[in-house]
Design a protein around this ligand. Sequence first.
Ligand code: ZN
Length: 264
Amino acid sequence: MAMVVPEGWPREVLSDDQHAAPQRTVIEAGQLVIHADFPLATRHRIVRELEQLRVDVSDRLALPISDEPIHLYLFEHRERYEAYAAATFPGFPSRRAFFVKSDTSLSVYAHWQDRIAEDLRHETTHGYVHAVAGNVPLWLDEGIAEYFELPKSDRRVHREHVDRLAGKLLEGTWQPDLQRLEACVDAGLLTQDHYAEAWCWVHWLLETSAERRVVLQDMLAETRRDPAAAPLSVGLARSEGGLAAASQDLVDHLLQLEKQATGR
Ligand SMILES: [Zn+2]
């Protein structure tokens, strides 16, 4: 999840131990400055993987690399993480991890648990993207982060999303609709269905043809130049011969991923 906070945030927080940001270990890794409240090895697998992610995101999306620091605040215990998040960012939906962009900083907050690698890949992707492209539409920002949260070795196929969407499609309770996604502007209102569909469009764009990858890359480049750039649906309708054709191809891609998974 990515949140943009107004000027003056993060709010000044209570300075007692319970509400201090982690500082016990500080590691610099490329663009990342990692602050943990527990001992964390400089060459931890997750740290190396997050460094590599910077190159993957840049290559795949044809985005430049930035040196703007991204701060990762890692909490060993959930209670402390939750207390810190509630005091510092009141009103934010509670999540295992989140990304915050202010006028002056890019920050990720997370607590160390079983899915930390995936969570950090997701939130750090937001950081890498926002460091160079600040006006990416909400749905696309999340779709890109969902895509890169998967390890490369899984070809970034998001099993949960594939199952969810394929199931709903067969039930007749879901159809892709890019313009409906583009109309979502409130991060707090995004549901798992939105995340799943956003992932699906990004996976389809990046994994099915070089031409589609370029449509996405061009749109991101345009967004960097012009915050009011045309939405992706406009470019796709042109390149695919209409949005209905694009949606149908997306559905075919989804069903093929589902078939591969179930061996049917
Ligand atoms: Zn996100």
